[in-house]
Write a protein that binds this ligand. Structure first.
Ligand code: UTP
Length: 616
């Protein structure tokens, strides 16, 4: 067997015989003997893909030797973490950069039409039926939270899942998600004769930017009640940045022995689920569904059971959760695309592509509202439900790689150079692009107030959002929780006062009574209505917190703050007149650095003046 040194020499001699390499990278050549055989092969690959610029500044051996080796450690990681390695990455990048320069329309040859799907209204009979079926299915589901994003638009210093979903209780997004999954687990298992032992798995995709802090948050809080083995963290790797249309890898401006890297997008989740073996494990355990969701949508779980019910009833391989969308609204539309060669796919088409695509294919008015007052193309909220079997079969073919795109910011109209380095990206919702036409791909439309209120924008940007468009800020995200709880209770028969309008951090929002409950109190609308009895009323200035599962509101008249804490065994009836000074919202300016960041970004804090707290 050849010794490492011998094989390095072999690799070296193979490399040096080729005069082209010798002349193209003289500084590398001088340093080759510092490298291991694997590193020499990687060097060869870089030269073959015209990356000689990476070595131009390399000094003589003896200077920065450790850094030179570390450079190749990074190259090795970048090579291993990308399906097909860096050669494939660079080749794809060149193709996509050429298409982008040529202004090629990715939808050339496709005609859009409205795909089939289900439109649900909260509380209607079919919503209720789907919800009950969805709860039955939930024990056979796995959840996947994509939480590797930088959150640059929000600009919060911590990880987004650690932010309070609402500040009345201070429960963070991650805790709320876990509470919701555990509530579904209990509700679903209780429908099985004799109960069931299923622990619904949760996978969380993290990145270098979020991994450590996500793990710390989980560990510090004992996984918020899940067993540690129920939660799996999958870390996505970043990808190499590109300096120009030839896909020359970009060196980090702060370290010339390092390639600059950036996130590859949430589309990585598919290859990670596949390569980690997790998807196989889930299939072998008899699971039927995988539900994908994002880091800061505090409403989503209210839409999960009914959507899962739709997936099961319609046997959807892919079900995209959607909301009604006004024509031309800045949110992607779920669209069926049919190619002149017969290919079809049901995917998200970005709003700025949908309108021109319609105009170019025989709809002179483009994207317009139908008689419902909304565009016939529903708005994608990027929460997906996939059927495990077909999903795994597809990933066996593709390895989970998702069609990528590149979005270079060009310096000028010649499109020859970039303002800053770019990289390839991929999106989770592009998964259906490779599916065969036989795949069952549909959508479920839910009321927006019930299902979607992400926290993505910082206060300054949110305040600039044109009137009538959603702020998607910490302020609007929290207010959306109170509005949804109020509207749900209204539908269940509780008399709830109308909201008032207030401005926080320059954003005008509706302020409803601050009503919030633990997910286990109300897994479904049926569950909630069974806990509302007699005549209940809640005034606008009120706060109601329900921490318990068997709490029944009966003839309650609330004008102030009521906090109910109870264990999960005892049935607690709450009624009568509750009147106190309650909790008020005090404005906080986002520039006021004396306030904690999670408070500043919403523009108010809660003043706990007086409350009635009942614990049993
Ligand atoms: P966003 O669109 O909110 O992007 O991602 P972001 O990167 O978090 O925030 P900006 O664009 O920098 O402001 C939608 C979801 O996808 C996850 C995010 O964590 C969020 O849940 N995501 C995004 C990843 O998991 N990985 C990525 O590479 C990008």
């Amino acid at each position: 067997m050849a010794t490492p040194a011998a094989s390095a020499a072999e690799e070296l001699s193979k490399l040096t015989i080729d005069a082209k390499w010798v002349s193209s990278a003289p500084n590398l050549k001088k340093n080759l003997h510092l490298l291991s055989p694997q590193q020499v092969s990687l060097a060869k690959m870089l030269l073959e893909t015209d990356q000689t610029h990476l070595f131009q500044h390399w000094p003589e051996p003896g200077t920065d030797d450790g850094e030179k080796r570390a450079f190749f450690d990074q190259i090795s990681r970048l090579n291993d973490s990308y399906p097909g390695g860096l050669i494939t990455y660079i080749k794809t990048a060149r193709e996509l950069l050429a298409d982008s320069k040529a202004g090629k329309n990715p939808f050339d040859g496709f005609t859009p039409s409205v795909p089939s799907g289900e439109v649900l209204k909260f509380g209607d009979d079919n919503f209720v039926q789907y919800e009950l079926n969805g709860i039955k299915e939930a024990k056979d589901a796995a959840f996947v939270l994509v939480a590797g994003g930088l959150g640059e638009r929000l600009g919060y210093n911590g990880i987004k899942v650690a932010l309070p979903r609402e500040t009345t209780t201070g429960t963070c997004f991650l805790q709320h998600y876990i509470d919701s999954i555990l509530a579904l687990q209990d509700a679903s298992c209780s429908l099985v004769e004799g109960g069931c032992q299923r622990k619904i798995p949760l996978a969380i995709m993290t990145s270098d930017d979020t991994h450590e802090r996500t793990l710390e948050l989980l560990e510090k809080n004992y996984y918020f009640g899940m067993t540690a083995s129920q939660v799996k963290l999958l870390k996505q790797e970043k990808v190499a940045c590109l300096d120009d249309n030839d896909a020359r890898l970009a060196l980090d401006p702060k370290n010339k022995y390092s390639i600059q890297t950036k996130p590859h997008g949430h589309g990585d989740v598919h290859s990670l689920l596949y390569s980690s073996g997790l998807l196989n494990e889930w299939r072998d355990a008899g699971l039927k569904w995988v539900l994908f969701f994002q880091d800061t949508n505090g409403l989503l779980f209210q839409a999960i059971p009914a959507s899962l019910g739709v997936s099961a009833a319609k046997q959807y391989d892919v079900n995209s959760l959607a909301v009604p969308r006004k024509a031309k609204e800045a949110i992607g539309g779920i669209t069926k695309l049919t190619h002149s060669d017969g290919r079809t796919m049901v995917i998200n088409v970005e709003y700025n592509q949908l309108d021109p695509l319609l105009r170019a294919t025989g709809y002179p008015d483009g994207d317009v509202n139908s008689e419902t007052g909304y565009s016939p193309f529903p708005g994608n909220i990027n929460q997906l439900i996939l059927a495990v079997g077909p999903y795994l079969e597809e990933l066996k073919k593709t390895g989970g790689s998702i069609k990528e795109f590149v979005n270079p910011k060009y310096k000028d109209s010649t499109k020859t150079s970039f303002k800053s380095s770019t990289r390839l990206e991929c999106m989770m919702q592009d998964y259906p692009k490779t599916l065969p036409p036989t795949a069952r791909v549909g959508f479920t439309v839910m009321d927006i107030w019930l299902a979607y209120a992400p926290v993505k924008n910082n206060p300054e940007d949110a305040a600039k959002v044109p009137k009538g468009n959603p702020y998607h800020s910490a302020t609007s995200g929290e207010m959306a929780i109170y509005r949804a709880s109020s509207l749900i209770l209204r539908k269940a028969g509780v008399k709830i006062d109308d909201p008032i309008t207030e401005v926080f951090n320059g954003q005008e929002v509706e302020v409803w009574p601050r009503i919030t409950w633990k997910p286990k109190w109300g897994v479904s609308f049926t569950d909630i209505t069974s806990k509302i009895k007699g005549n209940n009323s809640i005034s606008q200035k009120s706060t109601l917190v329900i921490n318990g599962s068997k709490v029944v509101l009966e003839d309650l008249s609330l004008n102030g703050t009521l906090v109910i804490n109870s264990n999960d065994v005892a049935e607690v009836k709450v009624g009568g007149v509750v009147e106190n000074k309650g909790w008020t919202l005090e404005k906080v300016d986002y520039k006021d650095t004396s306030a904690p960041e999670e408070i500043r970004i919403r523009g108010f804090k809660i003043n706990r003046i007086e409350q009635l707290e009942k614990t049993n």
